[in-house]
Design a protein around this ligand. Sequence first.
Ligand SMILES: CC(=O)SCCNC(=O)CCNC(=O)[C@H](O)C(C)(C)COP(=O)(O)OP(=O)(O)OC[C@H]1O[C@@H](n2cnc3c(N)ncnc32)[C@H](O)[C@@H]1OP(=O)(O)O
Ligand SMILES: O=C([O-])CC(=O)C(=O)O
Length: 373
Amino acid sequence: MTTTTRGLEGVVAAESSISSIIDDQLTYVGYRIDDLANNSSFEEVVYLLWNKELPNQTELDAMKADLVANMEVPDAIIDHLRSYDLTTVHPMGALRTAISLLGLYDDEADVMDEAANKRKAVRIQAKIATIVAAFSRLRKGLEPVKPQKDLGYAENFLYMLNNEKPKDIEKEAINKALVLHADHELNASTFTARVCVATLADIYSGITAAIGALKGPLHGGANEAVMKMLTEIGEEENAIPYIKKKLDNKEKIMGMGHRVYRNGDPRAKHLKEMSRKLTKLNGQEKWYNMSLVIEDYIKEHKGLPANVDFYSASVYDALGIDHDLFTPIFAISRTSGWNAHILEQYENNRLIRPRAEYVGPSTQDYVMIEDRV
Ligand SMILES: CC(=O)SCCNC(=O)CCNC(=O)[C@H](O)C(C)(C)COP(=O)(O)OP(=O)(O)OC[C@H]1O[C@@H](n2cnc3c(N)ncnc32)[C@H](O)[C@@H]1OP(=O)(O)O
Ligand SMILES: O=C([O-])CC(=O)C(=O)O
Protein backbone atom coordinates (compact mmCIF):
# COMPACT_ATOMS: atom_id res chain seq x y z
CA MET A 1 0.00 0.00 0.00
CA THR A 2 1.35 3.47 -0.88
CA THR A 3 1.54 6.21 1.78
CA THR A 4 -1.60 8.18 2.65
CA THR A 5 -1.97 11.87 1.91
CA ARG A 6 -4.05 13.59 4.58
CA GLY A 7 -6.90 15.45 2.98
CA LEU A 8 -5.68 14.23 -0.45
CA GLU A 9 -3.43 17.31 -0.56
CA GLY A 10 -1.63 17.54 -3.89
CA VAL A 11 -3.29 14.39 -5.23
CA VAL A 12 -4.45 14.72 -8.85
CA ALA A 13 -7.71 12.76 -8.89
CA ALA A 14 -9.24 13.61 -12.28
CA GLU A 15 -8.53 15.07 -15.69
CA SER A 16 -10.71 18.05 -16.46
CA SER A 17 -10.92 20.75 -19.11
CA ILE A 18 -13.31 23.00 -17.19
CA SER A 19 -11.17 25.20 -14.96
CA SER A 20 -7.54 25.34 -13.95
CA ILE A 21 -5.41 26.81 -11.17
CA ILE A 22 -1.83 27.16 -12.31
CA ASP A 23 0.66 29.37 -10.47
CA ASP A 24 -2.17 30.95 -8.48
CA GLN A 25 -3.98 31.94 -11.69
CA LEU A 26 -7.53 30.74 -12.23
CA THR A 27 -9.02 30.18 -15.68
CA TYR A 28 -12.35 28.81 -16.88
CA VAL A 29 -11.72 26.79 -20.07
CA GLY A 30 -8.52 28.77 -20.47
CA TYR A 31 -10.15 32.22 -20.08
CA ARG A 32 -8.64 34.32 -17.29
CA ILE A 33 -10.92 34.92 -14.32
CA ASP A 34 -10.14 38.67 -14.38
CA ASP A 35 -11.44 38.99 -17.94
CA LEU A 36 -14.55 37.00 -17.14
CA ALA A 37 -15.23 38.92 -13.91
CA ASN A 38 -14.86 42.25 -15.69
CA ASN A 39 -16.79 41.44 -18.85
CA SER A 40 -19.12 38.50 -18.74
CA SER A 41 -22.62 37.78 -17.59
CA PHE A 42 -23.24 34.73 -15.42
CA GLU A 43 -25.18 33.08 -18.26
CA GLU A 44 -22.12 33.48 -20.50
CA VAL A 45 -20.03 31.65 -17.92
CA VAL A 46 -22.63 28.91 -17.57
CA TYR A 47 -22.53 28.43 -21.34
CA LEU A 48 -18.72 28.41 -21.29
CA LEU A 49 -18.48 25.81 -18.54
CA TRP A 50 -21.04 23.50 -20.10
CA ASN A 51 -19.96 23.83 -23.73
CA LYS A 52 -16.28 24.59 -23.25
CA GLU A 53 -16.44 27.59 -25.57
CA LEU A 54 -17.74 31.15 -25.28
CA PRO A 55 -21.20 31.65 -26.79
CA ASN A 56 -21.88 33.94 -29.73
CA GLN A 57 -24.77 36.41 -29.28
CA THR A 58 -27.41 33.97 -30.60
CA GLU A 59 -26.16 31.17 -28.34
CA LEU A 60 -26.04 33.49 -25.34
CA ASP A 61 -29.58 34.74 -26.00
CA ALA A 62 -30.76 31.12 -26.22
CA MET A 63 -29.03 30.22 -22.93
CA LYS A 64 -30.59 33.24 -21.20
CA ALA A 65 -34.03 32.39 -22.57
CA ASP A 66 -33.70 28.74 -21.61
CA LEU A 67 -32.72 29.58 -18.04
CA VAL A 68 -35.44 32.15 -17.48
CA ALA A 69 -38.08 29.88 -19.06
CA ASN A 70 -37.21 27.17 -16.51
CA MET A 71 -37.03 29.32 -13.39
CA GLU A 72 -40.47 28.60 -12.00
CA VAL A 73 -40.56 25.71 -9.52
CA PRO A 74 -43.37 23.20 -8.93
CA ASP A 75 -45.89 24.34 -6.28
CA ALA A 76 -45.05 21.19 -4.34
CA ILE A 77 -41.55 22.52 -3.64
CA ILE A 78 -42.89 25.81 -2.31
CA ASP A 79 -45.49 23.96 -0.21
CA HIS A 80 -42.73 21.79 1.17
CA LEU A 81 -40.66 24.83 2.12
CA ARG A 82 -43.72 26.25 3.88
CA SER A 83 -43.93 23.09 5.98
CA TYR A 84 -40.57 23.66 7.73
CA ASP A 85 -40.08 25.51 10.97
CA LEU A 86 -38.74 28.45 9.03
CA THR A 87 -37.48 30.21 12.14
CA THR A 88 -34.89 27.54 12.87
CA VAL A 89 -34.06 25.79 9.59
CA HIS A 90 -30.76 26.77 7.99
CA PRO A 91 -31.31 27.70 4.33
CA MET A 92 -28.49 25.38 3.22
CA GLY A 93 -30.32 22.46 4.85
CA ALA A 94 -33.56 23.54 3.21
CA LEU A 95 -31.82 23.93 -0.15
CA ARG A 96 -30.19 20.50 0.06
CA THR A 97 -33.60 18.93 0.68
CA ALA A 98 -35.39 21.07 -1.91
CA ILE A 99 -32.99 20.08 -4.70
CA SER A 100 -33.34 16.44 -3.77
CA LEU A 101 -37.12 16.87 -3.78
CA LEU A 102 -37.01 18.65 -7.13
CA GLY A 103 -35.64 15.42 -8.61
CA LEU A 104 -38.87 13.68 -7.66
CA TYR A 105 -40.80 16.17 -9.80
CA ASP A 106 -38.57 15.76 -12.86
CA ASP A 107 -39.82 13.05 -15.22
CA GLU A 108 -36.34 12.76 -16.68
CA ALA A 109 -34.54 12.47 -13.32
CA ASP A 110 -33.26 8.97 -14.06
CA VAL A 111 -32.88 9.31 -17.83
CA MET A 112 -29.14 9.13 -18.29
CA ASP A 113 -28.48 10.17 -21.90
CA GLU A 114 -26.40 13.28 -22.57
CA ALA A 115 -29.23 15.40 -23.95
CA ALA A 116 -31.48 14.64 -20.98
CA ASN A 117 -28.63 15.40 -18.56
CA LYS A 118 -28.06 18.77 -20.23
CA ARG A 119 -31.78 19.58 -19.99
CA LYS A 120 -31.72 18.69 -16.28
CA ALA A 121 -28.62 20.85 -15.77
CA VAL A 122 -30.57 23.81 -17.18
CA ARG A 123 -33.59 23.08 -15.01
CA ILE A 124 -31.56 22.77 -11.79
CA GLN A 125 -29.54 25.90 -12.57
CA ALA A 126 -32.70 27.84 -13.36
CA LYS A 127 -34.69 26.71 -10.34
CA ILE A 128 -32.06 26.89 -7.62
CA ALA A 129 -32.15 30.70 -7.55
CA THR A 130 -35.95 30.64 -7.32
CA ILE A 131 -35.83 28.19 -4.41
CA VAL A 132 -33.36 30.29 -2.39
CA ALA A 133 -35.37 33.47 -3.00
CA ALA A 134 -38.67 31.73 -2.15
CA PHE A 135 -37.25 30.33 1.10
CA SER A 136 -36.09 33.77 2.11
CA ARG A 137 -39.48 35.36 1.44
CA LEU A 138 -41.52 32.61 3.06
CA ARG A 139 -39.66 32.86 6.34
CA LYS A 140 -40.40 36.60 6.39
CA GLY A 141 -44.08 35.84 5.97
CA LEU A 142 -44.00 37.03 2.35
CA GLU A 143 -45.18 35.22 -0.76
CA PRO A 144 -42.60 34.07 -3.35
CA VAL A 145 -42.15 36.33 -6.37
CA LYS A 146 -42.22 34.83 -9.84
CA PRO A 147 -39.20 35.47 -12.12
CA GLN A 148 -39.52 38.11 -14.86
CA LYS A 149 -38.85 36.96 -18.39
CA ASP A 150 -37.03 40.16 -19.38
CA LEU A 151 -34.44 40.02 -16.59
CA GLY A 152 -31.09 38.26 -16.63
CA TYR A 153 -30.26 35.49 -14.15
CA ALA A 154 -28.42 37.59 -11.54
CA GLU A 155 -30.95 40.41 -11.71
CA ASN A 156 -33.85 37.97 -11.49
CA PHE A 157 -32.42 36.46 -8.32
CA LEU A 158 -32.35 39.84 -6.53
CA TYR A 159 -35.75 40.67 -7.97
CA MET A 160 -37.27 37.43 -6.64
CA LEU A 161 -35.60 38.04 -3.27
CA ASN A 162 -36.78 41.63 -2.82
CA ASN A 163 -39.74 42.02 -5.21
CA GLU A 164 -37.89 45.01 -6.58
CA LYS A 165 -35.57 45.42 -9.54
CA PRO A 166 -32.00 45.95 -8.31
CA LYS A 167 -29.98 49.10 -8.98
CA ASP A 168 -27.22 48.82 -11.61
CA ILE A 169 -24.44 48.56 -9.02
CA GLU A 170 -26.32 45.79 -7.19
CA LYS A 171 -26.87 43.93 -10.43
CA GLU A 172 -23.19 44.27 -11.27
CA ALA A 173 -22.14 43.04 -7.82
CA ILE A 174 -24.30 39.94 -7.78
CA ASN A 175 -23.41 39.06 -11.37
CA LYS A 176 -19.70 39.41 -10.58
CA ALA A 177 -20.06 37.28 -7.46
CA LEU A 178 -21.84 34.56 -9.45
CA VAL A 179 -19.15 34.64 -12.15
CA LEU A 180 -16.34 34.45 -9.58
CA HIS A 181 -17.82 31.50 -7.66
CA ALA A 182 -18.90 29.44 -10.68
CA ASP A 183 -16.14 26.85 -10.80
CA HIS A 184 -12.93 25.98 -9.04
CA GLU A 185 -11.36 22.79 -10.27
CA LEU A 186 -11.59 19.87 -7.82
CA ASN A 187 -12.73 21.68 -4.67
CA ALA A 188 -14.45 19.59 -1.99
CA SER A 189 -18.05 20.02 -3.19
CA THR A 190 -17.19 19.44 -6.85
CA PHE A 191 -15.20 16.35 -5.92
CA THR A 192 -18.21 15.17 -3.91
CA ALA A 193 -20.47 15.65 -6.93
CA ARG A 194 -18.08 13.70 -9.15
CA VAL A 195 -17.68 10.85 -6.65
CA CYS A 196 -21.45 10.63 -6.36
CA VAL A 197 -22.27 10.52 -10.08
CA ALA A 198 -19.32 8.25 -10.86
CA THR A 199 -21.50 5.48 -9.42
CA LEU A 200 -23.87 6.44 -12.28
CA ALA A 201 -26.24 8.04 -9.80
CA ASP A 202 -28.40 10.79 -11.31
CA ILE A 203 -27.57 14.48 -11.53
CA TYR A 204 -29.97 15.46 -8.69
CA SER A 205 -28.09 13.10 -6.37
CA GLY A 206 -24.80 14.71 -7.43
CA ILE A 207 -25.99 18.28 -6.82
CA THR A 208 -27.64 17.34 -3.51
CA ALA A 209 -24.41 15.73 -2.31
CA ALA A 210 -22.41 18.76 -3.43
CA ILE A 211 -24.68 21.17 -1.52
CA GLY A 212 -24.04 19.09 1.60
CA ALA A 213 -20.29 19.41 1.13
CA LEU A 214 -20.44 23.14 0.40
CA LYS A 215 -22.33 23.80 3.64
CA GLY A 216 -19.33 23.27 5.93
CA PRO A 217 -17.39 26.30 7.24
CA LEU A 218 -14.06 25.02 5.89
CA HIS A 219 -15.60 25.40 2.41
CA GLY A 220 -18.62 27.47 1.27
CA GLY A 221 -19.97 27.98 4.78
CA ALA A 222 -17.00 30.27 5.48
CA ASN A 223 -18.69 33.33 3.94
CA GLU A 224 -21.47 33.31 6.54
CA ALA A 225 -18.86 32.65 9.26
CA VAL A 226 -16.86 35.69 8.11
CA MET A 227 -19.86 37.97 8.60
CA LYS A 228 -20.52 36.42 12.00
CA MET A 229 -16.92 37.22 12.94
CA LEU A 230 -17.15 40.82 11.68
CA THR A 231 -20.40 41.29 13.59
CA GLU A 232 -18.86 39.90 16.79
CA ILE A 233 -15.87 42.23 16.41
CA GLY A 234 -18.32 45.11 16.05
CA GLU A 235 -15.87 47.99 15.66
CA GLU A 236 -12.57 48.35 13.84
CA GLU A 237 -10.52 48.96 17.01
CA ASN A 238 -11.59 45.56 18.38
CA ALA A 239 -10.35 43.66 15.35
CA ILE A 240 -6.72 42.98 16.28
CA PRO A 241 -7.35 41.93 19.93
CA TYR A 242 -10.16 39.64 18.70
CA ILE A 243 -8.02 38.01 16.02
CA LYS A 244 -5.00 37.70 18.32
CA LYS A 245 -7.12 35.87 20.88
CA LYS A 246 -8.47 33.49 18.24
CA LEU A 247 -4.98 32.72 16.99
CA ASP A 248 -3.70 32.23 20.55
CA ASN A 249 -6.51 29.70 21.03
CA LYS A 250 -5.43 27.99 17.78
CA GLU A 251 -8.75 28.85 16.14
CA LYS A 252 -9.00 29.44 12.43
CA ILE A 253 -9.87 32.82 10.98
CA MET A 254 -12.68 32.36 8.51
CA GLY A 255 -12.12 33.54 4.96
CA MET A 256 -8.35 33.17 5.32
CA GLY A 257 -6.07 30.54 3.82
CA HIS A 258 -6.55 28.11 0.99
CA ARG A 259 -5.50 24.58 0.15
CA VAL A 260 -4.22 25.48 -3.32
CA TYR A 261 -3.44 29.21 -3.42
CA ARG A 262 -0.33 30.18 -1.54
CA ASN A 263 0.09 33.79 -2.65
CA GLY A 264 -3.52 34.86 -2.81
CA ASP A 265 -6.86 33.96 -4.30
CA PRO A 266 -7.26 35.86 -7.60
CA ARG A 267 -11.01 36.20 -7.02
CA ALA A 268 -10.63 38.05 -3.73
CA LYS A 269 -9.46 41.37 -5.23
CA HIS A 270 -12.64 41.72 -7.29
CA LEU A 271 -14.83 41.18 -4.25
CA LYS A 272 -12.61 43.46 -2.19
CA GLU A 273 -13.12 46.31 -4.65
CA MET A 274 -16.85 45.61 -4.78
CA SER A 275 -16.97 45.62 -0.98
CA ARG A 276 -15.18 48.99 -0.92
CA LYS A 277 -17.66 50.51 -3.36
CA LEU A 278 -20.84 49.04 -1.87
CA THR A 279 -20.02 49.68 1.79
CA LYS A 280 -19.19 53.29 0.92
CA LEU A 281 -22.56 53.66 -0.77
CA ASN A 282 -24.54 52.19 2.12
CA GLY A 283 -22.53 53.92 4.87
CA GLN A 284 -21.26 50.62 6.32
CA GLU A 285 -17.57 51.17 5.47
CA LYS A 286 -16.69 49.74 8.86
CA TRP A 287 -17.06 46.19 7.53
CA TYR A 288 -14.68 46.91 4.68
CA ASN A 289 -12.21 48.76 6.92
CA MET A 290 -12.33 46.01 9.52
CA SER A 291 -11.73 43.42 6.81
CA LEU A 292 -8.64 45.31 5.64
CA VAL A 293 -7.21 45.27 9.18
CA ILE A 294 -7.84 41.52 9.54
CA GLU A 295 -6.43 40.71 6.09
CA ASP A 296 -3.20 42.64 6.79
CA TYR A 297 -2.81 41.13 10.25
CA ILE A 298 -3.27 37.53 9.10
CA LYS A 299 -0.98 38.08 6.14
CA GLU A 300 1.74 39.46 8.42
CA HIS A 301 1.37 37.00 11.30
CA LYS A 302 0.33 33.77 9.57
CA GLY A 303 1.40 34.40 5.97
CA LEU A 304 -2.14 33.51 4.86
CA PRO A 305 -4.04 35.43 2.18
CA ALA A 306 -7.78 36.13 2.03
CA ASN A 307 -9.84 33.68 0.01
CA VAL A 308 -13.01 34.18 -2.06
CA ASP A 309 -15.24 33.95 1.02
CA PHE A 310 -13.62 36.84 2.88
CA TYR A 311 -14.83 39.92 1.01
CA SER A 312 -17.94 38.27 -0.42
CA ALA A 313 -19.35 38.53 3.11
CA SER A 314 -19.32 42.34 3.23
CA VAL A 315 -20.46 42.50 -0.41
CA TYR A 316 -23.59 40.45 0.31
CA ASP A 317 -24.22 42.29 3.56
CA ALA A 318 -24.08 45.59 1.68
CA LEU A 319 -26.64 44.20 -0.76
CA GLY A 320 -28.96 43.75 2.23
CA ILE A 321 -28.86 39.96 2.02
CA ASP A 322 -29.47 37.89 5.17
CA HIS A 323 -26.21 36.41 6.40
CA ASP A 324 -27.36 32.79 6.29
CA LEU A 325 -28.17 33.20 2.58
CA PHE A 326 -24.52 33.83 1.70
CA THR A 327 -23.67 30.14 1.29
CA PRO A 328 -26.87 29.39 -0.68
CA ILE A 329 -25.78 32.14 -3.09
CA PHE A 330 -22.46 30.37 -3.44
CA ALA A 331 -24.46 27.19 -4.21
CA ILE A 332 -26.51 29.00 -6.86
CA SER A 333 -23.33 29.97 -8.65
CA ARG A 334 -21.39 26.75 -8.08
CA THR A 335 -24.28 24.70 -9.48
CA SER A 336 -22.93 25.76 -12.87
CA GLY A 337 -19.54 24.22 -12.07
CA TRP A 338 -21.04 21.14 -10.42
CA ASN A 339 -23.19 20.54 -13.49
CA ALA A 340 -20.20 20.97 -15.79
CA HIS A 341 -18.15 18.47 -13.78
CA ILE A 342 -21.03 16.00 -13.58
CA LEU A 343 -21.47 16.12 -17.37
CA GLU A 344 -17.71 15.71 -17.82
CA GLN A 345 -17.66 12.78 -15.39
CA TYR A 346 -20.47 10.99 -17.25
CA GLU A 347 -18.64 11.50 -20.57
CA ASN A 348 -15.68 9.39 -19.53
CA ASN A 349 -16.80 7.67 -16.37
CA ARG A 350 -14.94 5.37 -14.05
CA LEU A 351 -16.00 4.61 -10.46
CA ILE A 352 -14.03 6.74 -7.97
CA ARG A 353 -12.90 4.45 -5.21
CA PRO A 354 -9.63 5.15 -3.41
CA ARG A 355 -8.19 2.97 -0.65
CA ALA A 356 -7.79 3.57 3.06
CA GLU A 357 -4.68 2.62 4.96
CA TYR A 358 -5.91 0.41 7.75
CA VAL A 359 -4.49 1.49 11.13
CA GLY A 360 -6.81 -0.52 13.43
CA PRO A 361 -6.01 -3.66 15.43
CA SER A 362 -4.61 -6.67 13.59
CA THR A 363 -6.85 -9.67 12.96
CA GLN A 364 -8.50 -10.88 16.19
CA ASP A 365 -10.42 -14.00 17.15
CA TYR A 366 -14.15 -13.44 17.59
CA VAL A 367 -15.31 -13.69 21.24
CA MET A 368 -18.84 -14.92 21.95
CA ILE A 369 -20.92 -12.31 23.81
CA GLU A 370 -21.22 -14.41 26.97
CA ASP A 371 -17.42 -14.65 27.15
CA ARG A 372 -16.75 -10.93 26.86
CA VAL A 373 -15.68 -9.04 29.98
C1 LIG B 1 -14.46 28.55 -1.18
C2 LIG B 1 -13.57 27.93 -0.19
O1 LIG B 1 -13.82 26.82 0.19
S1 LIG B 1 -12.22 28.82 0.28
C3 LIG B 1 -11.86 28.20 1.92
C4 LIG B 1 -12.94 28.62 2.88
N1 LIG B 1 -12.61 28.21 4.25
C5 LIG B 1 -12.16 29.09 5.16
O2 LIG B 1 -12.01 30.28 4.92
C6 LIG B 1 -11.92 28.50 6.52
C7 LIG B 1 -10.60 28.97 7.10
N2 LIG B 1 -9.50 28.39 6.36
C8 LIG B 1 -9.10 27.10 6.60
O3 LIG B 1 -9.65 26.40 7.44
C9 LIG B 1 -7.96 26.54 5.77
O4 LIG B 1 -7.12 27.56 5.32
C10 LIG B 1 -8.47 25.69 4.57
C11 LIG B 1 -9.38 24.58 5.09
C12 LIG B 1 -9.25 26.57 3.61
C13 LIG B 1 -7.33 25.08 3.79
O5 LIG B 1 -6.44 24.63 4.67
P1 LIG B 1 -5.45 23.39 4.54
O6 LIG B 1 -4.65 23.44 3.35
O7 LIG B 1 -6.20 22.13 4.79
O8 LIG B 1 -4.55 23.74 5.77
P2 LIG B 1 -4.71 23.25 7.25
O9 LIG B 1 -6.10 23.43 7.76
O10 LIG B 1 -4.10 21.90 7.31
O11 LIG B 1 -3.80 24.34 7.96
C14 LIG B 1 -2.37 24.40 7.84
C15 LIG B 1 -1.84 25.34 8.91
O12 LIG B 1 -2.28 26.67 8.64
C16 LIG B 1 -3.14 27.13 9.66
N3 LIG B 1 -4.29 27.80 9.05
C17 LIG B 1 -4.85 27.52 7.87
N4 LIG B 1 -5.88 28.33 7.68
C18 LIG B 1 -5.96 29.10 8.75
C19 LIG B 1 -6.84 30.15 9.11
N5 LIG B 1 -7.84 30.51 8.32
N6 LIG B 1 -6.65 30.78 10.28
C20 LIG B 1 -5.63 30.41 11.09
N7 LIG B 1 -4.77 29.43 10.79
C21 LIG B 1 -4.95 28.80 9.63
C22 LIG B 1 -3.58 25.88 10.42
O13 LIG B 1 -3.98 26.15 11.72
C23 LIG B 1 -2.38 25.01 10.29
O14 LIG B 1 -1.44 25.45 11.24
P3 LIG B 1 -0.45 24.42 11.99
O15 LIG B 1 0.34 23.78 10.87
O16 LIG B 1 0.33 25.29 12.88
O17 LIG B 1 -1.34 23.44 12.67
O1 LIG C 1 -10.90 25.13 -4.25
C1 LIG C 1 -11.14 25.03 -3.05
O2 LIG C 1 -10.60 24.20 -2.30
C2 LIG C 1 -12.11 25.92 -2.42
C3 LIG C 1 -12.47 27.11 -3.23
O3 LIG C 1 -11.80 28.09 -3.27
C4 LIG C 1 -13.68 27.02 -4.05
O4 LIG C 1 -14.35 25.98 -4.07
O5 LIG C 1 -14.01 28.02 -4.72
